[in-house]
Design a protein around this ligand. Structure first.
Ligand SMILES: [Zn+2]
Length: 496
């Protein structure tokens, strides 16, 4: 999660106001030639929405990456694709790299394209990155995001996980954030839109000289990544719900279609750009940064925000852009985020802001490693239509900010978790400078294969020890059995 949680610059009100003044209509799309319903949004309004939401999106996703080499690399690819797109009513395109481990890419109306650090780590070459950017440009050309926004506004989307739990003003802010994020994300487009964007995207990348089959190859990487993540998290983990491909059961179809489209283009000397890609991403963070926080075993550590806490054994931590979720795969969940109160009174914050308007049990005042806080039981909250028992804990940072921990259990099972959850609450602590210095982020390093190196021997060198061989294989798009050639370049995960 990012510091940006303290901000709440989403302005749906302004967006809805803009939408309310127009009449629905269909327009013909220059990219697809089809008539579409984008009714509620004109190109000017698309631009307004994009301009307005851009900084909020960046903030929600951990901020933009501050690495000139990577930004240049991504922007160069994007600008190379733009001349082959169709729309003439988009003033400019921007390509932003978001500093999050999430594997994602998405577009906002008005020419805003985003790609995450996690996605860049997973790619194998420049052409695969081009395939992703071209796909997002295609959504803008075909006005899918405008359609999405139009429909989204109509349906008044925006109920995310947190919103479903909390309600009240604190929760509303979070649910808006979650709603917009999801709306902007790849996962929310329809199957038809995805196929359309794949088709158009491959056209743009081929025209720009990139190997057209790289788009399909990256879809395969996405599928592998999803498989890897669910294998380490175990089946039934709710974190899977946040995965890019979770709502794309038709990935196999998309991969197949993308290869078929690519095969229709003439054979030529297309660019793959592996070396350029490797040069650009060498040194990039992997698996969290001081800015976004780290997961280390059953601990979550956020050096920049200066705190740490642990979760019970058997819980897998997912560090999302907006919150941190720990899940034991058996219906118990811990959700961490932050909120802002009127003052530093935790009990008041809990009852009047966070849980405003809800039936809650007795509020208990607590002190956790010097932080004053409050805790309350809330029976029968609903998460994705599943009832849970919940305990809410708010700890004051002393500057109006509250650290919030939600401990959820399947109904009637609270007693089984009470001791573990209590230990987790009391593990929450601010970090000293010496503490912070201990945590070095993992980074991607590009190395040359030496004689005798195997995937296993290279994986053994990595600073990340869990699932090292699988991780190494995935990161490099190979299998544990692949024979490496001396001089080949591979990505390793090392400490800085
Ligand atoms: Zn898409």
């Amino acid at each position: 999660m990012s510091r940006a949680l303290f901000l709440s610059s989403l302005s749906r009100v302004a967006m809805l106001a803009a939408l309310a003044t127009t009449v629905g209509a269909c327009s013909t799309n220059p990219a697809t030639g089809q008539s579409i319903f984008t009714g509620l949004m004109s190109p000017t309004q698309e631009q307004q929405v994009g301009d307005e939401q851009n900084s909020a999106i960046i903030a929600q996703y951990g901020g933009a990456i501050e690495n000139a080499r990577i930004n240049q690399f991504v922007n160069d690819i994007g600008q190379k694709l733009v001349p082959y797109t169709e729309r003439t009513d988009v003033a400019r395109y921007s390509f932003t790299v978001l500093d999050t481990d999430d594997v994602n890419a998405f577009a906002l109306p008005g020419g805003y394209v985003y790609i995450t650090r996690g996605l860049l780590n997973l790619a194998q070459n420049e052409a695969q990155v081009a395939g992703v950017l071209a796909h997002e440009l295609a959504h803008i050309q075909a006005r899918h995001s405008a359609q999405q926004y139009s429909q989204g506004a109509l349906a008044n989307l925006g109920v995310g996980l947190l919103g479903a739990v909390i309600g009240g003003s604190g929760g509303q802010m979070a649910s808006q954030a979650a709603g917009l994020g999801a709306q902007a994300g790849l996962m929310k487009y329809s199957r038809t839109h995805e196929f359309e964007a794949d088709t158009l995207g491959i056209r743009y990348m081929q025209k720009a000289g990139y190997e057209p089959s790289a788009a399909a190859a990256f879809l395969e990487m996405l599928a592998r990544n999803t498989q890897f993540e669910s294998s380490i998290k175990g089946a039934g983990n709710s974190a899977n719900a946040f995965s890019l491909m979770a709502s794309h059961p038709q990935t196999t179809d998309r991969i197949q279609q993308a290869y078929q489209i690519a095969a229709q283009y003439p054979q030529a000397q297309y660019t793959l750009g592996r070396d350029r890609y490797l040069n650009a991403i060498d040194g990039m963070n992997y698996g969290g940064s001081a800015k976004s926080g780290f997961v280390r075993g059953n601990e979550f550590i956020h050096p920049d925000m200066g705190f740490r806490f642990s979760v019970p054994n058997g819980f897998e931590i997912t560090n999302g852009a907006k919150n941190v979720i720990a899940d034991n795969g058996k219906g118990a969940l811990i959700v961490f985020d932050t909120g802002r109160g009127q003052n530093n009174n935790a009990a008041q914050y809990l009852t009047q802001t966070w849980l405003q308007g809800r039936q809650i049990g007795q509020v208990e005042n607590i002190t956790v490693n010097g932080l004053s806080g409050a805790a309350a039981q809330v029976p029968q909250v609903s998460i994705n239509n599943t009832p849970k028992d919940a305990q809410f804990v708010a700890l004051s940072d002393g500057n109006g900010v509250f650290y919030r921990l939600m401990y959820l259990t399947p109904t009637g099972q609270q007693a089984n978790y009470a001791a573990d959850y209590r230990r987790s609450t009391y593990s929450f602590a601010k970090m000293t400078q010496a503490d912070k210095n201990q945590y070095k982020p993992h980074t991607i390093r590009v190395v040359s294969v030496q004689a005798g190196d195997t995937p296993q021997s290279l994986a053994n060198r990595m600073s990340i020890k869990d699932h090292a061989l699988d991780r190494f294989s995935l990161l490099n798009g190979i299998t544990p059995q692949t024979k490496l050639n001396t001089g080949d370049k591979v990505k390793l995960i090392l400490s800085q």
